[in-house]
Design a binder for this molecule. Structure first.
Ligand code: ADP
Ligand code: ASP
Ligand code: MG
Length: 457
C-alpha cells in the first residue's frame, strides 16, 4: 500500500483534481491512500476571513467566505455531472453556511482564539476531500471519504497540535485498515485532527505532508509520495533561482535539515515517522506524473558535490546576550536556554564567544517576555530583518575548502552569524534579509557549477 499526498496547488481547481484522479487510477494496484490539502489558498482565505470578522469587519469577512464558496461550487460543477452532483453541491453550501455562522460568532466576540482558528481552517481540507472523493467515484475509482479527526488524535496545542502517537496509530489502523481491505481508496484530510475530546485541531501550516507520513508509518506503507507543483526537491527554491535542478536522491537527514531551515517543499516533521519505519518518501510533480521526482531514503549513493541543496528562511531576528560575568563562569548558557524553554520559544542557530551568545528566532511572539528575563543576566540586543541560509549535504564533512567556497560566494554580503551544524551536514549563516536573493544565487552558482549526474538531473 502507498500513501499519496496532494498539496494545495495539486488540488487547486478542476483540472488539477482531474490530474489527481489520473495519478490514482494509474496506481490502483499499489493500493493508494489519498491525503489531500485544501484547494490552493483556501486555508489562507479562511484564516483571513476569520481575522477580519474578529476585527469587527464582518461584511468583508462574509464577502471573503462567499468568494471561497463560489470557487468551490464552480470547480465542482466542472468536475461532476452524475447523480451525486446535486448532493455534493448542497453539502458544500452547508459547510459554508457553518463557516458563515462561525464568522458571525467571531464578529460578536471580537476575539480569534487558536481553537476557533483550527475550527475554521479545518473546512479547507474537509471541502477538498469531499469533492475529490466524489470525483474519484465518477471516474470509476471506488473511494471512501474518511474523517481525519477520528484518526489523528492530538494534544490541545491548537494551530500546532502534536499527534499522540499511540492513540493515532491505533485509530488509523482501525479507521483506514478496513477501507483499504475492502479495495476502496480512502480519501483523508491532511493537516487536521482532533483532541481526545473530539475538538478539531490542526498540526501546523503545511502539515498535510506530516499527516501523510503518520498514516504511512501507522500502516507500514511501502512508499510515501508527496505530490506537489515542482519536480521534486531542487538544488534550491526554484522561485528564487529558476535554474535550480532536481536532486534525484537525498538522505533522510539531509531532507530533514532542509525542511527545518525553510525548504517549504516538505514539512519538517514529515521525515520522522518515515525514518522510524524506514519508509522511502518520494517528492513528485503532479503536473508531470511520469517523472521520477526525488527519492528520500536512508542510503544514498556518493556525491561529488559537497552541497545537495540550499534552503533559506526569512523573517529572522537575532538576539544577542553579552555579559562579562560569563567569562570563566559556568551555568550561563543553561540560564539562557532555560528562559527560552520557559517561554516555549524555539531557537534555530546559536553561536557563542567568550562573553556573548547570539541566537536566532523566527517566532517573535514571546520576544518581549524573553528579553525582559534575559536582561536580568546580561546586556541584550535585538536585531530583526535577517534571513538564515543553510547549505546541506552529507559530504560537507569530508570535503575540504567548503568555508572558502561559501565566503567566495558571499563576498558582498555581511554575514552576522555562521555555524557548522553539529551533524556536520550543514553550513548555516545569518545575513540581512535584503541580501538574500544575491546570497542564494551566489551560493547556487558556486556549488552547482558542475553536477554529479548520479545525484542531479
Ligand atoms: P504543496 O502545496 O504541494 O504542499 P508547497 O508550496 O508547500 O506545496 O511546497 C512547494 C514549494 O516549495 C515549491 O513551489 C517551491 O517554491 C518551494 N521550495 C522551497 N525550497 C524548495 C526546494 N529546495 N525544492 C523544491 N521546492 C522548494
Ligand atoms: N492547508 C494547510 C495549509 O495551507 C495544510 C497544507 O496545505 O499542508 O497550511
Ligand atoms: Mg506544503
Amino acid at each position: 500500500m502507498i500513501v499519496c499526498k496532494f498539496g494545495g496547488t495539486s488540488v487547486q481547481d478542476a483540472e488539477a483534481m482531474e490530474r489527481v484522479a489520473c495519478v490514482i487510477k494509474q496506481r490502483l494496484k499499489q493500493k493508494p491512500i489519498v491525503v489531500a490539502s485544501a484547494m490552493g489558498r483556501t486555508t489562507d482565505g479562511l484564516l483571513k476571513a476569520a481575522s477580519l470578522a474578529a476585527d469587527g469587519k464582518k461584511q468583508e469577512a462574509l464577502e471573503q467566505v462567499t468568494r471561497l464558496r463560489e470557487k468551490h461550487l464552480r470547480e465542482t460543477q466542472k468536475l461532476l455531472s452524475g447523480s451525486s452532483r446535486g448532493d455534493v453541491l448542497d453539502a458544500i453550501s452547508l459547510h459554508f453556511k457553518e463557516v458563515g455562522t462561525l464568522m458571525r460568532g467571531l464578529a460578536v466576540l471580537g476575539e480569534l482564539t487558536p481553537r476557533s482558528m483550527d475550527a475554521i481552517a479545518s473546512f479547507g481540507e474537509r471541502l477538498s476531500t469531499l469533492i475529490l472523493a466524489h470525483v474519484f467515484e465518477e471516474r470509476g475509482i471506488r473511494s471512501q471519504l474518511m474523517d481525519s479527526r477520528q484518526c489523528i488524535i492530538t494534544d490541545e496545542n491548537f494551530t500546532r497540535a502534536a499527534p499522540l502517537f499511540e492513540l493515532t496509530e491505533a485509530a488509523i489502523r482501525e479507521q483506514l485498515g478496513p477501507a483499504v481491505k475492502s479495495g476502496r481508496v480512502p480519501v483523508v484530510q491532511g493537516f487536521i485532527g482532533s483532541t481526545r475530546n473530539g475538538i478539531t485541531t490542526t498540526i501546523g501550516r503545511g502539515g498535510s505532508d506530516y499527516t501523510a507520513a503518520i498514516v504511512g508509518a501507522a500502516l507500514d506503507a511501502y512508499d510515501i509520495q508527496i505530490w506537489t507543483d515542482v519536480d521534486g526537491i531542487m538544488t534550491t527554491d526554484p522561485r528564487m533561482v529558476p535554474e535550480a535542478r532536481r536532486v534525484k536522491v537525498i538522505s533522510f537527514d539531509e531532507a530533514a535539515e532542509l525542511a527545518y531551515f525553510g525548504a517549504r517543499v516538505l514539512h519538517p516533521a514529515t521525515i520522522l515517522p518515515a525514518v522510524r519505519k524506514k519508509i522511502p518518501v518520494h517528492v513528485l510533480n503532479s503536473y508531470k506524473p511520469d517523472q521520477d521526482g526525488t527519492l528520500i531514503t536512508d542510503e544514498t549513493p556518493p556525491c561529488e558535490n559537497p552541497v545537495k541543496s540550499i534552503a533559506y528562511k526569512k523573517g529572522i531576528t537575532i538576539v544577542n546576550i553579552a555579559s562579562t560575568r560569563m567569562l570563566m563562569a559556568h551555568g550561563f548558557l543553561k540560564k539562557i536556554f532555560e528562559i527560552f524553554d520557559l517561554h516555549k520559544t524555539p531557537v534555530d542557530v546559536v553561536s557563542t564567544s567568550e562573553v556573548s551568545v547570539s541566537l536566532t528566532l523566527d517566532d517573535t511572539s514571546t520576544l518581549f517576555d524573553v528579553v525582559t528575563e534575559l536582561k536580568k543576566i546580561g546586556e541584550v540586543n535585538v536585531d530583526g530583518g535577517k534571513a538564515i541560509v543553510c547549505c546541506v549535504g552529507d559530504h560537507l564533512r569530508n570535503i575540504p575548502g567548503v568555508a572558502h567556497l561559501v565566503f567566495s560566494a558571499l563576498q558582498d554580503v555581511n554575514v552576522h552569524m555562521i555555524s557548522q551544524g553539529a551533524s556536520a551536514i550543514n553550513v548555516t549563516f545569518v545575513i540581512d534579509e535584503d541580501r538574500l536573493p544575491a546570497a542564494v544565487r551566489g551560493l547556487h552558482d558556486v556549488f552547482f557549477q558542475k553536477l554529479d549526474s548520479r545525484i542531479f538531473e
